[in-house]
Design a protein. Sequence first.
Length: 228
Amino acid sequence: HAQGLQVAIDGPASAGKSTVAKIVAQRFSYVYVDTGAMYRTITLVALEAQVDLTNEAQIMNLLQQTQITFRPGEPVQHVFANQTEVTNAIRSETVTNNVSTVAALPQVRSALVKRQQEIAADGGVVMDGRDIGTTVLPNAEVKIFLIASVEQRAERRYLENQAKGITTSLSDLQTEIAERDYKDSHRAVSPLQKAQDAVEIDTTTLTINQVVAKIAQLIDEKLNLTKN
Ligand code: CDP
Ligand code: CDP
């Protein structure tokens, strides 16, 4: 690809995808695309419009009217639905608990997959999600599948909430994460699945820097291969 490699990072909730994807993208001056934020944004828009979350026609109508855009930011990217900033709103518990329902709608998926493919067409992109290596970018040069134990992932979310001043129960978080993993892995259209040619990294006992180093090494190897 003209602008660099396509790097796909998939895995279950709180495996560390967005954190490491963003750092890896910065290191290689690639564009970082958080596809989960796109599913979260249409979920937020649908909740605000008070439409039935299984009414695909209505949700498609809303999606067609919604321009989802990203702008660089620290510590997280800014996300916009048309002119409205939704960076924080898309992380609410309500959105989190409903996003898998909306993300299971086939037409919503194909519309968002198409947008994601357009963004990644020239390469130079790190994209994280659930179906990037399998469906969105099946020819990505680097495919990573991040996993971690559900206990560790709940603990991470717990600490993240605590830092935001939100008190949550660890066991509720475990249940929420396990339920979302189940829904994401069992839906009919492009479920969460490791691509055959993806490299699996278990991040349970790894630091963010260790995960970034492993992925950066895989990218360097591919870049050296394409140079020779
Ligand atoms: O950050 P977290 O792991 O909680 O989730 P996310 O990456 O923000 O994704 C939120 C939800 O969007 C997931 O639980 C999936 O239901 C859906 N999603 C998807 O179906 N396909 C993607 N490529 C990305 C997210
Ligand atoms: O995007 P995804 O839901 O897969 O995970 P994330 O939002 O990047 O990471 C969830 C939390 O785990 C964040 O607070 C990260 O700082 C933390 N994390 C960690 O403690 N150790 C890692 N190896 C990766 C992430």
